[in-house]
Design a protein around this ligand. Structure first.
Ligand code: HEM
Length: 423
């Protein structure tokens, strides 16, 4: 298949797919089984892995059958703006995500060690402070869009803090990353350039004056990353962290405000935010289909011939909703059982714990501060941003009882204490 157009391949970049991906996964599974032909951009084909066991096989491969290096595939891409746009997400970069073996081990060690330096209690205080700042901006209105006014700016500001940067630059960053994640045409190219400028400024400042922050820890790590490798990993953690976490927050909040198992009162035994996060990570993970892998030799995989240089996408969302793949007794668990929302195996998300802590704190803050919080439109009328790789709400309109500064009780004006340190 390589990048040839496959007649009948399902386009994942159309609004129809974004409106109801689970219907598409079910149709594809019924027609093709574990592996289905799709297009991630016009003329750019891929094999979508929808079966839990097949996904698990790729993710936990120990025998070198699968690689993360996209360069052979890139060489076969058509030279169209659409194909070029996909490179924003899957183009090779010398970082943990796109490397294998010993090279990956070295990068991965640095990334994992540096994430372990983040103190959970400080991170929680930082998220609380930023959440309260954001809620103050709309609390008196009685309505808000929790994607544009909360989840996205919150993540951009949290990651900026992890990088020892001021809140002001978080707004620019949010805009640039949103454009990049849509990955089409000239907009993506321009956003790439702007992103490069932002990063250069950040890294130069950290080499000149290291601080108690993620980029400085990368610089000082015993893996002795070269400056270019430091840049690559700061970019990776930013790209990999901002968008998926913002979407995890909004997808889970939407679910909690819709599903009565979550919104019924505490005395009714409502399920917790952590359980909602686990459920969303299984059925609606924000990196829905963003598991690019490449066969190292021709392989007949679950009924489909796959050649090296063909893009294989592990669908974390498809695998998580595969009815045959659920572990035994999954229906007896409130979170539905194991999920692949953070991937699995050697490339499993190294920031899963901080990402969960950020998301749970951000959602709990909303539920604490906004009385009577509910969706402003029925769940079915929410709109999702088109894109082959993500599961992302375009907006999350909500209403609540307005909260004002002079109001007694817990409000965003009374409760927030500035954190002592960025981390
Ligand atoms: C602070 C937030 C986050 C950061 C900094 C971060 C960072 C990373 C990094 C550096 C990797 C590459 C690891 C490797 O290849 O060895 C990765 C992988 C991954 N992350 Fe995260 N991540 C964050 C949040 C999330 C969230 C919220 C999700 C999903 C809901 C997620 C899902 C994944 C998945 C599925 C992979 C594996 C990709 C693959 O196998 O190709 N991450 N993440």
């Amino acid at each position: 298949m390589s990048n040839r157009y496959v007649p009948g391949a399902t386009p994942l970049y159309e609004p129809e797919f974004a409106a109801d991906p689970h219907a598409a996964y079910a149709r594809l599974r019924a027609r093709h089984g574990a592996v289905a032909p799709v297009e991630v951009a016009p003329g750019v084909g891929a094999h979508l892995v929808l079966d839990y066991r097949a996904a698990w096989e790729i993710l936990t491969d120990q025998d070198g059958h699968w690689s993360k290096d996209p360069r052979p595939w890139e060489a076969s891409l058509p030279s169209t703006p659409e194909a070029h746009g996909v490179l924003g997400m899957i183009g090779y970069r010398p970082n943990a995500l796109f490397t294998d073996g010993e090279v990956h081990d070295r990068f991965r060690q640095a990334v994992s060690d540096c994430f372990r330096m983040i103190q959970p209690h400080r991170l929680r205080a930082t998220v609380t402070e930023i959440a309260d700042d954001l809620v103050r901006e709309f609390a008196a209105e009685g309505r808000a869009d929790l994607v544009g006014q909360y989840a996205r700016p919150l993540m951009a500001r949290v990651i900026n803090r992890l990088y020892g940067r001021s809140d002001a630059s978080g707004r620019d960053l949010d805009r640039i990353l949103t454009t990049l994640s849509n990955a089409v045409g000239a907009d993506a190219v321009a956003a790439n350039e702007e992103f490069g400028r932002y990063m250069n400024e950040l890294i130069t400042a950290k080499y000149e004056s290291p601080g108690d922050d993620l980029p400085s820890w990368f610089i000082g790590h015993p893996a002795q990353l070269a400056p270019e490798e430091v840049v690559q990993h700061v970019v990776l953690t930013l790209g990999a962290g901002n968008e998926p976490s913002a979407n995890l927050i909004s997808n889970t909040t939407a679910r909690m405000l819709t599903d009565e198992r979550y919104y019924s009162s505490l005395t009714d035994g409502a399920l917790s935010t952590r359980e909602a996060l686990a459920e969303v990570l299984r059925t609606d993970p924000s990196m829905a289909n963003y598991g690019p892998y490449f066969a190292t030799r021709p392989v007949h995989f679950h009924g489909t011939w796959i050649q090296p240089a063909e893009l294989v996408l592990v669908s974390y969302a498809g695998a998580g909703s595969d009815p045959t793949g659920l572990p035994a007794h999954a229906d007896e668990r409130s979170d539905g059982g194991a999920h692949l929302g953070f991937g699995a195996g050697e490339h499993r998300c190294p920031a899963a714990d901080p990402a969960l802590l950020i998301a749970a704190t951000a959602i709990d803050r909303l539920l604490t501060l906004l009385p009577g919080l509910e969706l402003a439109v029925p769940f079915d009328e929410l709109t999702w941003r088109p894109g082959p790789f993500h599961r992302a709400l375009a907006a999350l309109p909500v209403t609540f009882r307005p909260v004002r500064p002079d109001q007694p009780g817990v409000t965003p004006w009374t409760n927030s204490k500035p954190s002592l340190s960025t981390l």
